[in-house]
Design a protein around this ligand. Structure first.
Ligand code: NAD
Length: 367
């Protein structure tokens, strides 16, 4: 199948690596050909074509949509463009892989999900942290009752890429759908529901700390979106939790971390050491108990496809390869998509429920 990739920035590169790695590491049911890459200028697109191994380059993303030989449209452009691009791709009958957030507004994400379902094409949203074998182990342990009755969840996604008050205004500051909660808090919400099932109610508290930035044209722009957001969660299963989304967390580069506490034990995970999961078993003898470190190994599929030796570790780009494997299997009709547009809509609606709660200062149901 021929892939048309839109956007050659951070994620465009990561997706290109993901496709290349997936083809080498897994026995995929389909083969991918990296056919066309699009960016905003011919120079950028051509540089990316050479660096990332595409056959053709264009400065017009619509060329990919109109090309009948392209089977999959992969969108890694800024958030505000996702909807227009994805709907055009769906209308042309192509499968769509889109970065998160699926759209800046939940209503638009829902429209995209419905369009994809009506067209019968396959979709995938980039929630790569869920592809980590160790997150899957955590989910299996919780589902198997190894932690006993679940008491509570605590999660955080903190980085410091917006900590510099002199840093520029970016698409991530767009008043429609921007902010720390939408950009990275979405990831920890996805992890919370992946591990523990649906969240039924939320209470949010979002704050803007750096209220003005300068954009690429030198214009002063008012920032209204959150730099820090805290959310209380009530899960459908009865227990509670809390999350923090923070992109001004000075010194933190990738803190996608959580703890889950239960009557028989607990789990601790930190993304900065994401080849490990820490497990506390309450049944351990007094004086011998403590968190044990479970190291990623071939016992935790699909780690073994990358490396036969335990503890040698997989990396961030490998999570994209796992995501692409799942997408390939769904396109081939072997499984359902790991995280389709409907799931992307769900996360966007949780983000909006927390933002609404912060405005109205009350608990909000997530439906
Ligand atoms: N899943 C993750 O872990 C993760 C991490 C980072 C970013 N993202 C998401 O990926 C998306 C892109 O973020 P990024 O960090 O790669 O941004 P980026 O700025 O590094 O890259 C965006 C690219 O899109 C190009 N672009 C802009 N307008 C375009 C157009 N009209 N046509 C074609 N190309 C266009 C830009 O020139 C740039 O090359 C965002 O939606 C973001 O939320 C996801």
């Amino acid at each position: 199948m021929k892939v048309g990739l839109i956007g050659s920035g951070f994620m465009g590169k990561t997706h290109s690596f993901g496709f290349a790695t997936a083809a080498r590491v897994f026995e995929l049911p389909i083969t991918f050909e990296m056919e066309i890459i699009a960016d905003i200028s011919m120079e950028q697109a051509e540089d990316a074509r050479k660096a990332l191994g595409f056959n053709r380059a264009t400065d017009n993303w619509r060329d990919l949509i109109e090309d009948p030989s392209i089977d999959i449209i992969d969108i890694t452009a800024p958030n505000s463009l996702h909807k227009e691009m994805a709907l055009a791709a769906i209308a042309a009958g192509k499968h769509v892989y889109c970065e998160k957030p699926l759209a800046p507004l939940a209503k638009d994400a829902l429209e995209m999900a419905k369009a994809a379902e009506a067209a019968g094409i396959k979709t995938q949203v980039g929630f790569n942290y869920l592809m980590n074998p160790m997150i899957n182990v955590a989910r299996e342990m919780i589902a198997a009752g190894e932690l006993g009755e679940i008491y509570s969840f605590r999660g955080i996604h903190a980085e410091d890429y917006m900590a510099d008050p002199n840093g520029p205004w970016t698409f991530r500051h767009d008043p429609v759908g921007g902010g720390a909660l939408a950009d990275i808090g979405s990831h920890i919400l996805a992890t919370a529901e992946f591990l523990l099932g649906p969240i039924s109610q939320v209470m949010g508290d979002c704050h803007t700390l750096i209220s003005e930035r300068i954009d690429a044209r030198g214009n002063h722009r008012v920032v209204e979106v959150d730099d820090v957001c805290h959310g209380f969660l009530k899960f459908e299963a009865g227990f509670t939790g809390a999350i923090e989304a923070n992109w001004v967390a000075t010194g933190r580069s990738m803190q996608h971390d959580f703890e889950v506490y239960g009557s028989k034990g607990s789990l601790h995970f930190t993304q900065e050491r994401f080849n490990e999961l820490h497990y506390y078993n309450s049944a351990d003898a007094a004086g011998r108990c403590g968190f044990r470190r479970i190291v990623a190994s071939p016992s935790h599929p699909p780690y073994g496809a990358f490396c036969v030796a335990p503890g040698h570790q997989i990396g961030f780009n490998d999570l994209k390869a796992i995501e692409i494997k799942g997408f390939a299997e769904a396109i081939a009709g072997l499984t359902t998509e790991p995280f389709n547009f409907r799931a992307g809509y769900r996360i966007q609606s949780l983000v909006e429920a927390i933002q609404t709660s912060s405005r109205v200062k009350a608990w909000v149901a997530t439906n």
